[in-house]
Ligand binder design. Structure first.
Ligand code: FPP
Length: 244
């Protein structure tokens, strides 16, 4: 019997390698980020075409503040321009735009633009585009713990009620399924504090391609590799069940 190919519903991407892409061409790092943003735009559109339900992109981590101020300012400005430029596209493609992370502390301009796009697209029913901004997986877990402690203190939650399902509802990704597939570009084999809770059973796909060189074909390749994997979620292979 032919095995049915399962399509990943939720794909998360660590878009790494913008700086190296620029260095290889003796260009300033910001040129790599500019090109990386264009690629992100293409991949968003292609994901809609493929019918992916949720796309989560790691745009700025809680650790990225360590970069030179000019680079941080440039990245924020880039995202602001990107949002202004593509607002119409989000509506046309029925994309629901969301942000995960502690984005309330971001500079005024970008914060307002984010709010505007979140509000304008909140009733869209197509792909959810989740941008991780000032995001840290450990911080997300700590924030969830603090909120739960508050609820326990005011009597709305009994400690015995705390379980995985309840905990999940206090994460930034509340209401979304965990990623099926996590892609990281640029050859680094680590998760860099991304979606720590949510990737317990996620399949990983690493490629040496630098993010500015990543194409829709590369995304298709990652999906094909994912489809060959057997996800057991801690169980055993189905064929083995009868042969214990
Ligand atoms: C990693 O490259 C990339 C980032 C820290 C920023 C990612 C941001 C974008 C691609 C633009 C944001 C766009 C949207 C629309 C979400 P790096 O600078 O760490 O590269 P390196 O490891 O080669 O130095």
């Amino acid at each position: 019997m032919k095995k049915e190919k399962i399509f990943p519903q939720h794909i998360a991407i660590i878009m790494d390698g913008n700086g190296r892409w620029a260095r290889k061409r003796r260009l300033p790092r910001i040129m790599g980020h500019r090109r990386g943003t264009e690629v992100a735009f293409k991949i968003v559109q292609f994901s809609v075409k493929l019918g992916i339900k949720i796309l989560t992109l790691y745009a700025f981590s809680t650790e990225n503040w360590k970069r030179p101020k000019e680079e941080v300012d440039f990245l924020m400005g880039l995202l602001e321009d990107y949002l202004a430029k593509h607002r119409g596209m989000f509506q046309k493609q029925n994309i629901r735009f969301q942000v995960i992370g502690n984005w309330e502390v971001l500079p005024f301009g970008i914060k307002n633009r984010l709010r505007e796009v979140i509000e304008a697209t909140k009733n869209n029913t197509g792909m959810v585009l989740n941008i991780a901004l000032n995001y840290g997986g450990r911080m997300e877990i700590i924030d969830a713990v603090k909120k739960i402690v508050g609820e326990v203190r005011n009597g709305r939650i009994a400690p015995e009620e705390i379980n995985e399902g309840l905990f999940t509802n206090f994460l930034y990704t509340r209401g979304l399924p965990d990623p099926d597939l996590l892609i990281r570009t640029a050859g680094e084999l680590r998760v860099s504090n991304f979606l720590l809770w949510q990737i317990s059973y996620t399949e990983f796909y690493f490629t040496k391609k630098l993010w500015p060189d990543f194409t829709p074909k590369d995304l298709q390749r990652a999906i094909r590799v994912f489809q060959k994997r057997e996800r057991r979620f801690g169980g055993i292979k189905r064929d083995y069940e009868g042969s214990l």
